[in-house]
Design a protein around this ligand. Sequence first.
Ligand code: J9Q
Length: 228
Amino acid sequence: MRFDVLTLFPEMVRAPLSASIIGRAQAAGQVTLGVHDIREHGIGRHRTVDDTPYGGGSGMVMRCDVVADALAAVTTAHGPGKVVLFEPSGRPFDQRMAERFATEAHLVFVCGHYEGVDARFAASLGDRVEVVSIGDFVLTGGEYAALVVIDAVSRLLPGVLGNADSARVESFAPGRGLEFPQYTRPRDWEGWGVPEVLLSGNHAKIEAWRDAQSEERTARVRPDLARR
Ligand code: J9Q
């Protein structure tokens, strides 16, 4: 799968994705990442990428012509792809969206900064763009959102997770609550033991205990998930 990221801060995106499992997926050719500096398409000697909002107000708005030129350069070089624009006003990202994105061959992420991108950019793309938010909080820009989505999508691709990383049944699968608590050695740590049932070797009892723990945790921490 190919990911292209359009950003004003390429170094924020490249380095984190070269580490760990996604780094290994790139080295193995399962994931190809292109990172592109929007400023290369900026206007004039100062490579201007933003301007003050029509109608007034605080902050700066990214110019639609600049962002559209940056996108055109990527699609000319690498073919069209589904465009994902990160904005606080987007549709909320979740595991179902990750699964849908994982069926695409090519995703192009556009990371807005300042007070976002001129609305005509998304409007001009129609069905080719999805405006996405990763949660109800304010970021300085879309770069961390792109990292979150690339991680969540990449680990769903065939072969990206090794056995040790395990694609086991997980939280956020439809109808599933939160994970049960996990323990490993040492068996006693500064007076903290491990629940006796996990040492019992009785797998039916262990499964029942884990199910009860998941249910209790989901009801307490995520009543919104418990209800569905
Ligand atoms: C671009 N706050 O916030 C939550 N999901 C995405 C965002 C975001 C932001 C600012 C700029 C994306």
